[in-house]
Design a protein around this ligand. Structure first.
Ligand code: PAF
Length: 283
């Protein structure tokens, strides 16, 4: 397993694999890898001959008030995770390698980015689409792997690949949870002991929503009210949003159908956490 810092090095390696007729999977990450990322690496390893993991805290997807500086970073630990799970190459560029002086080109998207996280983070998806497009152009993978925890990101990237005719299969992988239910996230490291306990309201609300849907409830407001009730009971939690949307368009819906996404963002203290479920996974 190799770690490279430059675009040229990635291209040289991928070209070599291509001349040997090997397929390539890409797992884009911002590092500080956990079991959720490991599951993406394993999925890529199952489907492809070689797996590239990008490890880059992308500055342009953070607003000035967000946690770019404090976002956890540890390339040595990440290298161990990638090695253990069978990744072949880590691309760990410096920001100036990805955004050279005079960088002015961005990939932007309307509609899908106007709800959910896009409402409270209006510049976020422009940063995500831009960096993911660049990674696709640098690695030129056959397939790319994203976690379903970032459900809106997954929908946005699928749509971007479709709209811009990117010849890459986008694969969404299930949320990986701690044994008590909390969805794995690099940001969980921000939580102190009390906040970690309080953070369980997200998964509790998700499991409550899943039960409501399974029991045949079709009225989205009724489902969401029960979920919000759980979160509002926790004094350390502050709801950013808890919404039911069409899983493709990200537009809010009132009556449940098979293609819905129930998504939430909740502040636990200063830490903003997300969680969700797709109805197609449970119905
Ligand atoms: O999900 C993430 O970690 C990031 O948003 C991604 C896709 C690696 C782009 O920076």
């Amino acid at each position: 397993m190799k770690i490279v810092k430059t675009i040229d090095e990635v291209r040289t390696q991928v070209k070599e694999w291509r001349t040997q007729g090997l397929s390539v999977g890409l797992v884009p990450t911002m590092g500080y890898l956990h079991e959720g990322h490991a599951s993406l690496i394993e999925a890529s390893k199952r489907d492809n001959d070689r797996t590239v993991v990008s490890d880059f805290v992308n500055p342009i997807q953070f607003a000035p008030t967000e946690d770019l500086e404090s976002y956890p970073r540890d390339i040595n630990r990440d290298a161990q995770v990638v090695e253990e799970h069978g990744g072949d190459l880590i691309f760990n560029p410096e920001p100036k390698e990805m955004y050279r002086d005079g960088f002015v080109t961005f990939v932007d998207m309307s509609v899908l980015t106007e709800e959910l996280c896009g409402l409270s983070r209006p510049t976020h998806f422009r940063g995500v689409c831009t960096v993911v497009s660049k990674l696709f152009n640098i690695v030129r993978p056959d397939r790319a792997y994203f976690g379903k925890k970032d459900a809106q990101q997954l929908a946005v990237i699928k749509r971007m690949a479709e709209d811009l005719n990117m010849d890459i299969e986008i694969i969404g992988c299930p949320i990986v949870r701690e044994s008590d239910g909390l969805a794995k996230s690099s940001r969980n490291t921000y939580l102190n002991e009390e906040e970690r306990r309080a953070a369980l309201v997200l998964s509790k609300a998700v499991f409550c929503g899943i039960n409501e849907v399974k029991s045949g409830q079709k009225n989205c407001k009724n489902i969401l009210d029960k979920m919000k009730g759980i979160i509002l009971n926790e004094p350390l939690a502050k709801i950013d949003y808890v919404k039911m949307v069409d899983a493709k368009t990200m537009r809010q819906i009132e009556t449940l159908d098979r293609n819905a996404l129930c998504a939430m963002a909740v502040y636990i203290g200063k830490t903003r956490l997300i969680d969700n479920f797709f109805t197609e996974d449970i119905l």
